[in-house]
Design a protein around this ligand. Structure first.
Ligand SMILES: Nc1ncnc2c1ncn2[C@@H]1O[C@H](COP(=O)(O)OP(=O)(O)OP(=O)(O)O)[C@@H](O)[C@H]1O
Ligand SMILES: [Mg+2]
Length: 338
């Protein structure tokens, strides 16, 4: 697969002016130049193939936006190499602009006094977008993102969610080869989030766009991406498929059975022995509820069979740790990061 972008040992440090506390400190700070270095990104290496859909996650301050700003040529790296569509972003920003699309959700870019429809037409001219591409994306945006009622409103008068939708449509209008979306669903209500995800998925598929999304809403990723990058304090902690991520950090799965009668101690013990041979472990047997935990992906059928054989079951459910829980666990614990 041809690469759309490559990042090699990429680093970025910011200089932050140190201030003494209080008003006097603020005044002094204007004169005294004491700086501290913040290492926002520390030696990142990864590449993304053409047409891949990748989600970038990490705690606040992990370095996600910094990475996207380097990839889009907004800021210059302090170390390492990067290339997007054969260009070095900060050196060749203009050449790249026609082929990438960018949304920074925390700071919508369209802030003009002209109506939405005019804004789109202006972009069409500026980017010399072919009529068929324009119509395809514009049509889809109107339909998917419900932009019709907004077309005559000046962009400045839109609510955050409305502006966000317009921003997204605008950034995809030229069907760019690579799209960078930094928190594209921030501040949106649940139904608009769904609209946005649907629109991204559709346009991605239609034009085979390479997609890199950062977000704190993991549904954005499970619904639009196949691959996950997890940043931790500027370093890459995980790079792989969403499935591999689940397998690595949450291999525990559970079978939860509800029984007709309360489970007796002897029955629980017998079950414990039986499931133990098939890779399961009874982690709860109380009242009408029995929980068997296992790790091997294919073990469920045999374990369920044993449970049904030994107990009078009225209901049975399979559970696995959802991705939000996994990510919260990783953010909270340092052990998972080892
Ligand atoms: N212009 C700047 N000057 C100094 N430090 C900065 C600057 N921009 C970012 N930082 C610092 O770099 C680190 C990474 O910031 P970045 O914005 O990349 O994080 P993020 O992963 O996007 O976080 P969030 O989820 O909050 O958006 C943070 O410690 C932040 O304080
Ligand atoms: Mg950010």
């Amino acid at each position: 697969m041809e690469n759309a972008l490559t990042v090699e040992n990429l680093s970025k440090s910011y200089q932050r002016r140190l201030r003494q506390p209080g008003l006097l400190g603020a005044v002094k700070g204007l004169f005294a130049s004491r700086f501290e270095e913040v290492q926002a990104v520390k030696g990142l290496s990864f590449s993304i193939g053409r047409g891949e859909k990748v989600g970038l996650i990490g705690e606040n301050g992990a370095g996600k936006s910094t990475t996207l700003k380097m990839l889009t040529g907004i800021i210059v790296p302090t170390g390492g190499k990067l290339e997007v569509l054969g260009h070095i972003p900060w050196k060749e920003r203009r050449q790249l602009a026609l082929n990438i699309g960018v949304v920074f959700g925390q700071r919508p870019q369209l802030l003009w006094d002209i109506p939405v429809e005019e804004t789109f037409k202006l972009l069409k001219t500026m980017y010399r977008i072919p009529e068929d591409v324009y119509q395809a994306v514009y049509g889809e945006a109107l339909h998917r993102l419900g932009l019709e009622p907004l077309l005559n409103t000046p962009v400045r008068h839109l609510s955050l969610g409305q502006r966000m939708r317009c921003d997204l449509a605008a950034s995809l209008l030229h069907a760019p080869a690579v799209v960078f979306l930094d928190e594209p669903t921030i501040g949106l209500d649940l139904s608009v989030k769904e609209q946005v995800r649907g629109f991204i998925t559709d346009i991605q598929a239609k034009f085979g766009i390479t997609l890199l999304i950062t977000t704190h809403d993991l549904k954005d990723i499970t619904e639009t991406c196949d691959r996950l990058l997890l940043l931790d304090k500027g370093k890459l902690l995980f790079d792989g498929s969403i499935r591999a991520f689940e397998q690595k950090y949450a291999s525990d799965r559970r079978i939860v059975a509800e029984t007709h009668k309360p489970v007796e101690a002897s029955a629980a013990q017998a079950l414990s022995q039986a499931v133990g041979k098939s890779g399961g472990k009874v982690i709860e047997a109380e009242g009408h509820r029995v929980v068997v935990e296992y790790h091997e992906e294919g073990a469920a059928p045999a374990l369920i069979h044993l449970i049904l054989q030994q107990l009078q079951v009225v209901d049975i459910n399979l559970e696995k740790t959802d991705i939000e829980t996994i990510v919260t666990r990783i953010y909270r614990s340092d052990t998972a990061k080892a």
